[in-house]
Write a protein that binds this ligand. Structure first.
Ligand code: HSE
Length: 445
């Protein structure tokens, strides 16, 4: 049987997960694809560091160069993480003409364009299924399954930590800080939680998906990002009364259609929204039921219609499953000498642009803390009316006159910039006791 020789960099959670998965299902993989993947060497930080699955000492080393430069190694898996040395590792392997499998979303977000160009230049390939949504084969789905579709909408729950925290806040009526502390104690959230709870991990993933779906490289700086730190129990409960669940969504929406047939000589273009923010999702929508650490991606293509992908977005085994899928593709490409059979990223809408968040139109949930006295609602609705923003419903729990009360407004479709501007003015009214809270509503229809 044909054999490829794999050099792995990284023997921690993901690396040892891949090693273990290959031991467990390597025969099955070989039987299915007709190629055996043999692990030659694994570069680790320290041979004796704790890892979830055992790696024999004989295959470990502590110098990644020994793995990449080994003449027997013809396939490299970068599972070390980070954005500096990992970039050098991948570039070194690509320059040697060795295909690379990576799970590194932060690196692809920062340097994807350069790495994909290097793969093309050196006639090899870069595979990255494990970089987004762990075990969910979303990269393969976009790149291959939907190759004949324009992707008009993608809504993703792509960060398990945030989804876990929001699920518990909703189910237990708890505040963010208390759930985060408990999630950290139980190992569900990192000690330094910012990458997850401030939305940056989702930004990396949604940028990769947007680039792949729309065919121009989306600069992470153009992605509007809001995390979940500012959400309160009150927001979640009022949203619930209105029939919604709050989820951290990664959103990719085609705002302006390019013509179905591009006139000769015109560069294909698209204007798309690419954002990460907490949003009210109707309880009747399937994404509202994606709970705990699970991820999901709801994808609409112009030919296929609506599709849904669901699964574990992280963890040693789910990530290993995605890496094995890439190893299988890479092994087949090596066997048949088709290094760019499925190119990693093909620019096809080179004049595409990301729409600034101020221009993005959605509905809104607004929570104000106001003094209950005559004329307050009239002042607020006058400021919204002047900005041409309509109110679609109002909730104010009964209280005594003169007391502070929550005032919840649901607003009709409006550009984000107009709503932010009106809320700034509303926040300055004497009767408004704290900064207005604004959360977007995504009807997903
Ligand atoms: N920290 C991520 C999450 C998993 O919570 O989903 C790795 O991307």
């Amino acid at each position: 049987m044909h054999q490829v020789t794999l050099g792995m960099i990284g023997g921690g959670t993901v690396g040892s997960g891949v090693f273990h998965a290959l031991q467990r299902n390597g025969d099955l993989l070989a039987a299915r694809i007709g190629v055996r993947v043999k692990v030659q060497k694994v570069a680790v930080k320290a041979v004796d560091e704790p890892r979830p699955y055992r790696i024999p000492r004989a295959v470990m080393c502590t110098d990644w160069q020994r793995v990449v430069q080994d003449p027997q190694v013809n396939l490299v898996a970068e599972l070390a993480g980070g954005t500096t040395v990992a970039r050098t590792m991948i570039l070194t392997a690509l320059k040697l003409g060795k295909p690379v499998v990576t799970a590194n979303k932060a690196l692809l977000s920062a340097h994807g364009e350069e790495l994909f160009a290097a793969a093309r230049q050196y006639g090899t390939n870069l595979y990255y299924e494990a970089s987004v949504c762990g075990g969910i084969p979303i990269i393969k789905a976009l790149r291959e399954g939907f190759v004949g579709n324009r992707i008009t909408h993608l809504y993703g729950i792509v960060n398990g930590t945030c989804n876990y925290i929001l699920t518990r806040m909703k189910c237990e009526g708890a505040e963010f800080a208390d759930v985060l502390k408990d999630a950290q104690a139980q190992g569900y959230a990192e000690a330094e939680p910012s990458l997850d709870v401030d939305g940056f991990d989702a930004q990396h993933k949604i940028g990769i998906l947007a680039s792949l779906a729309h065919g121009f490289w989306v600069n992470p700086r153009d992605i509007y990002v809001e995390g979940i730190r500012a959400l309160t129990r009150a927001d979640i409960q009022f949203a619930g009364q209105l029939g919604y669940t709050i989820k951290l969504l990664g959103i990719i929406k085609r705002i302006e259609e390019s013509p179905a047939r591009t006139p000769r000589g015109r560069i294909p273009s698209a204007r798309i929204q690419v954002s990460v923010y907490p949003a009210l999702v109707p309880n009747a929508h399937v994404l509202a039921s994606v709970n705990h650490v699970f991820n999901a991606a709801f994808v609409r293509g112009d030919i296929v219609g609506d599709t849904l992908f669901y699964g574990r977005g992280a963890g040693k085994d789910a990530t290993a499953s995605a890496v094995l899928s890439d190893l299988a593709d890479a092994a087949l490409d090596l066997k048949f000498g088709t290094p760019q059979r499925v190119p990693p990223f093909v620019p096809h809408e080179r004049a595409g642009a990301v729409v600034p968040i101020a221009e993005v139109v959605t509905r809104y949930f607004v929570r104000l803390n106001v003094v209950d006295r005559p004329g307050v609602l009239a002042q607020i609705s006058a400021l919204l009316g002047a900005a041409r923003i309509g109110i679609s419903s109002v909730i104010q729990p009964e209280s005594r006159e003169g007391a502070s009360v929550p005032l919840i407004l649901m607003l009709h479709d409006a550009p984000s910039g107009a709503v932010t501007g009106a809320l700034k003015k509303i926040g300055r009214l004497a009767a408004v006791r704290s900064a207005p809270v604004m959360i977007r509503v995504e009807d997903l229809c």
